[in-house]
Design a protein around this ligand. Structure first.
Ligand code: TYC
Length: 104
């Protein structure tokens, strides 16, 4: 019999050892400002968050009226990438639009 076959029980992976941890989720929040054009915000929501034009318009108007609004909920790496894309596009176009992360 090989040594592998005699592995003590304590070396075996049990269900509790193998429990998969769900990744923490993060809310991507868009903030209002007085300068970024509405159509620019809608286009970003379509391009970065894959929203329909109707949904992007709804989110943009909600942010415009409420001061902030939810764009989506994602694992950290994806949320961080989307925030960076929004902030880069806004800065590259000379607008002060801001997007941020919050633990969901
Ligand atoms: N308040 C902006 C305007 O009147 C539009 C706007 C909406 C800006 C949402 C940012 O996240 C934003 N042009």
């Amino acid at each position: 019999m090989s040594s592998e076959a005699q592995t003590p029980d304590s070396d075996l992976l049990t269900d509790s050892d193998q429990q998969v941890q769900e990744p923490h989720l993060y809310k991507v929040i868009l903030l209002n400002d007085d300068f970024t054009p509405m159509d620019f915000v809608v286009k970003l929501l379509v391009d970065v968050f894959r929203k329909s034009t109707a949904e992007a318009t709804r989110i943009m108007l909600n942010v415009h009226q409420q001061g902030r609004g939810l764009c989506g909920i994602f694992p950290f790496d994806i949320a961080e990438t989307k925030v960076a894309l929004v902030n880069q596009h806004a800065r590259g176009s000379g607008y002060p639009l801001k997007c941020t992360l919050e633990r969901a």
